[in-house]
Ligand binder design. Structure first.
Ligand code: NAD
Ligand code: GLY
Length: 361
């Protein structure tokens, strides 16, 4: 199956299926005949998928660049090491980068492609659920800086994204749940049909049943593709909806020093907070509250290392890069499957929500 991200001349396909990774050489040689390819991956994926990479190397004019595994390596140094390799090995403007990995590999390889010789094409092959439903679509590329996450980067759309759900078989449980948070998120912004789909297929997807999971991934990609097609550079307010739960999540991640809690785990807590804020501020109509309670009961809520302090969480929200003119921006639900961006929420309401969600037993 195929979803298109419609961006005029920069439109690109997202191919989605089980077991299609082996066909990558044929697909990209047809799209980019007579080119050199640089496959960027990390040490963990290079270990799990050695035979797949061997197959690609046999069938493509390609070199392998293996970076260390972990968000702590999503740095200018790692980005530079990729550029050094491309320059020393005389890659050219016609060359193509292939990012094989989760969001970290995708973001850093995408940023290397965005900046090498002022920009060369790249192809995303996501291997985590989070990368499949979120980071491999939309063209946000970046590295982290000691001052914060994703502070240095560029918008650079891939030329293609190839989603092979078979990669999920080796994904550790916590990483799966972290990606599932982003899939679940589309239930709050992707319309009533997606809200109901999540309710109906939640358990099957959590068991990694292939058909419902493939369907959930395809729906998520379609929603993200629609949003990106309408608001590529996040200037019209629509793309901001993809950050449902994220204002809370980023402060939770910061509270735990970006170490003990995975991004998607924080997003799960963030979605609980966003819905509580919708109730508190009245954006969720009274008669819809039971529908929200129902869907939230399906959220796989992970334990946190400790109960975070509400006032610290609130203060951390102001260092989020989404803060505009010192004003916090929250995405709050309205009706099942619909949310809006709200800028006029007062401190007392946010603190009250944080205290109600994060309380010691
Ligand atoms: P990740 O890339 O760190 O991958 C998580 C872990 O799973 C890593 O240890 C990785 O080696 C391992 N792994 C990956 N695929 C595997 C597989 N198939 N089998 C076994 N292990 C596997 O984390 P992530 O959650 O994919 O991505 C998080 C990153 O994505 C963050 O840096 C975040 O900023 C970024 N992100 C970017 C966007 C965007 O739009 N560009 C959106 C959301 C998140
Ligand atoms: N993950 C949010 C975005 O792509 O805009």
């Amino acid at each position: 199956m195929e979803v298109t991200v419609n961006l005029g001349q920069r439109s690109y396909p997202v191919l989605i299926d089980q077991g299609i990774a082996g066909t990558l050489p044929a697909i990209i040689s047809e799209k980019f005949p007579n080119r050199r390819f640089a496959v960027v991956t990390n040490t963990t994926i290079a270990g799990y998928y050695k035979s797949l990479i061997d197959l690609w190397e046999k069938n493509l004019d390609c070199s392998l660049i293996t970076i260390p595994d972990g968000e702590q390596y999503k740095t200018i140094d790692t980005w530079k090491s990729i550029l050094d390799f491309l320059l020393e090995n005389r890659f050219e403007r016609s060359s193509v980068v292939v990012a094989l990995g989760g969001g970290v590999v995708g973001d850093i390889a995408g940023f290397a492609a965005a900046s090498f010789l002022r920009g060369i094409p790249y192809v995303q092959v996501p291997t985590t659920l989070l990368a499949m439903v979120d980071s491999s679509i939309g063209g946000k590329t970046a590295v982290d800086h000691p001052m914060g996450k994703n502070l240095i980067g560029a918008f650079h759309q891939p030329s293609m994204t190839l989603v092979d759900t078979n990669f999920l078989a080796t994904l550790p449980h916590r990483e799966f749940i972290s990606g599932y948070a982003e899939l679940f998120k589309y239930g709050f912004i992707g319309g009533k049909d997606t809200f109901n789909f999540i309710l109906e297929e939640n358990e099957a997807m959590l068991k990694r049943e292939s058909i419902p999971l493939l369907d959930g991934i395809r729906r998520s990609i379609q929603i993200k593709a629609n949003v990106v097609s309408e608001d590529e550079f996040e200037t019209k307010g629509l793309r901001a909806l993809l950050n449902f739960g994220h204002t809370f999540a980023h402060s939770i991640e910061r509270f735990f020093n970006f170490e003990q809690v995975l991004h998607g785990e924080a997003v799960i807590w963030g979605m609980l907070c966003a819905c509580a804020l919708g109730e508190k501020t009245g954006t969720i109509p009274q008669e819809m509250r039971s529908a929200y309670k129902n869907i939230l009961d399906h959220l796989p809520v992970p334990a946190l290392p400790s109960v975070p302090d509400a006032s610290k969480l609130y203060s951390y929200m102001f260092s989020d890069k989404k803060v505009s003119s010192g004003k916090l921006r929250f995405i709050v639900p309205t009706l099942p499957g619909q949310s809006i961006v709200k800028k006029d929420i007062n401190e007392a309401d946010v603190l009250s929500v944080l205290s109600s969600i994060f309380k010691a037993d």
